[in-house]
Ligand binder design. Sequence first.
Ligand code: UD1
Length: 422
Amino acid sequence: MDKLVVHGGSTLKGAINISGSKNASLPILAAAILTGEDCIIRRVPDVSDTNYMIQILSALGADVERSSGTVRITCADIMDEAPYELVRRMRASICVMGPLLARKGRAVVSLPGGCVIGDRPVDLHLKGMKALGAKIEMEGGNITLTAPNGLKGAEMDLRGESGPTVLGTDNVMMAATLAEGTTIINSAAAEPEVLDLANFLNSLGAKITGAGTRRIVIEGVKELHGVEHTVIPDRIEAGTFMAAAALVGEGVTLNRVNQEHLTAITQAIVKSGHIVKFNEAGDSCFIQRGENPIGVDLNTSPYPGYPTDMQAQMTALLALTPGISVIKDSIFPQRFMHCAELKRMGADIKTDHGMAIVRGVKELSAAPVMASDLRASAALVLAALKAKGTTEISRLYHIDRGYEHIDEKLLMLGANVERVRV
Ligand code: UD1
């Protein structure tokens, strides 16, 4: 139960490297189940979510070695039941379901519980598995999927009420790689992390086209083989540091980014009056706080729209930006837990029905605050950097789920922060 103590008022300056993407790493690690050969995956961030995934794979019987960002996984012999104790800790563990079902013809996975950002169903994952011919039973909080004669390619539409599903698309895509015949996923998620998974699967020998668009076609193959892969940069970590640089920066450079993946975030920060410049290769960006920042309206939507995972951090920036900003989260309408904590620091925010109306204030004051989920805690760190006084952010394990060594990166940029082990 570490705490982050942030002494507000310092400015950020200098350069850091952005880590590999957490959300791309999780399904890619799970996809190693699809082959009995060695998979070497590079730039896997050292965060607790990837550690949980590695623990789940080990518990399933995989041989896993990890050293400084490189993970080697061999799933020569694998079990088909994911352990509840590990699975319940992380929703993304649902993405072992597709690979287990495809490789073993049976998968038992605990139903993930709801979480603080709202009810998070898996109906679309199951719809896809059913279309591929899996028989589904639910009992005692477990989902058992069986396909003793193998999966069969099918055409399906995975659109839910809030649009496509990222992990649902991943799960079905992974399962369909070993199905007999052709699978077509309509209304697929087009996030860069889905494309990275498809690239990984294709280098394992899968035949996937259209990933990164709303229609993915998968020609089933008989088996997959081992491979080496480097995970894409984490666009949400990059966006978080971009927002921090816009809030308290005096010129911050972020290396190892992907400009294209950051388009919506860059547009929002530039519209709010700050300067963002990419190098010619598009893999490094420089952020300079603008002289006359102004509020902006935001609405989250599936990629290439503005990401829900960058809503809380932008809310923190806008809470300290002159003008009124209206922020809507169409993907997770209940994702405004950070607003209550920001208000305790003096922010002027009204939340109502999936929307936050933010009136920028001149300053925030330090207060003891509690992280409630991963991105909400990042928002609190941003607010604390600017606040007057010393803020203690408890429940730091939320931030450690998805940000690699955030305290060290902030220290490198000149922030006055310390991790306190409680
Ligand atoms: C992934 C990301 C998460 C991000 C989210 C949306 C990972 C590990 N996590 O989560 O950080 O916030 O995408 O970009 O990559 N839905 C259904 N039925 C389902 C599945 C989802 O109705 O079976 C709904 C959800 O409630 C939500 C929307 O679809 O409103 C999108 O969720 P989804 O894309 O599935 O989120 P995850 O893949 O779980």
